[in-house]
Write a protein that binds this ligand. Structure first.
Ligand code: KIV
Length: 267
């Protein structure tokens, strides 16, 4: 059966028709295949891989090579969804030539469809240069985890007027630079609604209320694999931590008691 692939144009049409966009992260082939088969619109190979796959405290340490490894694994599992890859910290800020080289490596070596970058007018030149090479860019404003040491905390961003005004201006800068979409992370719902109504491009929220064009969550959080992370915006759709723990405990018991393998499970 021919699958209608999700493209940046399809996302635009979805915004125009008021159809919400579903987006989740994935970092490997098997999970990406499950998500794609379930009908997810966009898969983000997030630099949250640094936390949930590699066990770092922040997203800063993950390398371009590691992101490329995760993204190429994801792409092999996907037939329909749009695959967006986070450009990791240090591969695009402050140097548009390096930014383009990093984005080209991602596109060439993974087969993904777009990249995502954190920041507003500070990264405008890099965004424009990447888009001029034909690479679609998704922006990311609000709580931008690559700047955690500047913010100092993971609390809600843009509650104050000055930061809210900067965010609105940055969203327009990114749209004018040619971004096809932006993520708004952990900002007041009213502000996200205002930004969404002002922009032509689709706005994907995480902790930004439901008056945006779509939602994204980190897969390991929504599946209940991570336990320690419990922000208000997170809805857990499963408790895989307990499910996997029970399965592993049962396996251990069966091995110890020699219940596994039984006669039917041997040659
Ligand atoms: O890295 C990531 O998973 C993200 C999402 C939280 C939007 O950027």
């Amino acid at each position: 059966m021919k699958v209608r692939k999700v493209t940046t144009h399809v996302l635009n049409e979805m915004k125009l028709h008021g159809e919400k966009i579903s987006m989740l992260t994935a970092y490997d082939y098997s999970m990406a295949k499950i998500l794609d088969n379930a009908g997810i619109d966009v898969i983000l190979v997030g630099d949250s891989a640094s936390n949930v796959m590699a066990g770092f405290d922040t997203t800063l340490p993950i390398t371009l090579d590691a992101m490329i490894y995760h993204a190429s694994s994801v792409v092999r599992g996907v037939k329909r969804a749009l695959v967006v890859v986070d450009m990791p910290f240090g591969t695009y800020q402050g140097n548009s030539k390096m930014a383009l080289q990093s984005a080209i490596r991602i596109m060439k070596e993974t087969g993904a469809h777009a990249v995502k970058m954190e920041g507003g007018e500070e990264i405008e030149e890099s965004v424009k240069r990447i888009i001029s090479a034909g690479i679609p860019v998704m922006g990311h404003l609000g709580l931008t985890p690559q700047s955690i040491y500047k913010f100092g905390t993971y609390t809600v961003r843009a509650r104050e007027k000055a930061e809210a005004e900067k965010l609105i201006n940055d969203a327009h800068v990114l749209q004018n630079a040619g971004c096809f979409s932006i993520v708004l992370e952990k900002i007041p719902a009213k502000l996200a609604e205002e930004v969404t109504s002002q922009l032509r491009m689709p706005v994907i929220g995480i902790g930004a209320g439901n008056k945006v064009d779509g939602q994204v969550l980190v897969l390991h959080d929504m599946l209940g694999i991570t336990q320690e992370f419990s922000p208000r915006f997170l809805r857990r759709y499963a408790n895989l931590f307990d499910l996997i723990t029970d399965a592993v405990r049962n396996y251990i018991d069966d091995v110890k008691s020699m219940d596994f393998p039984n006669e039917n499970e041997q040659y």
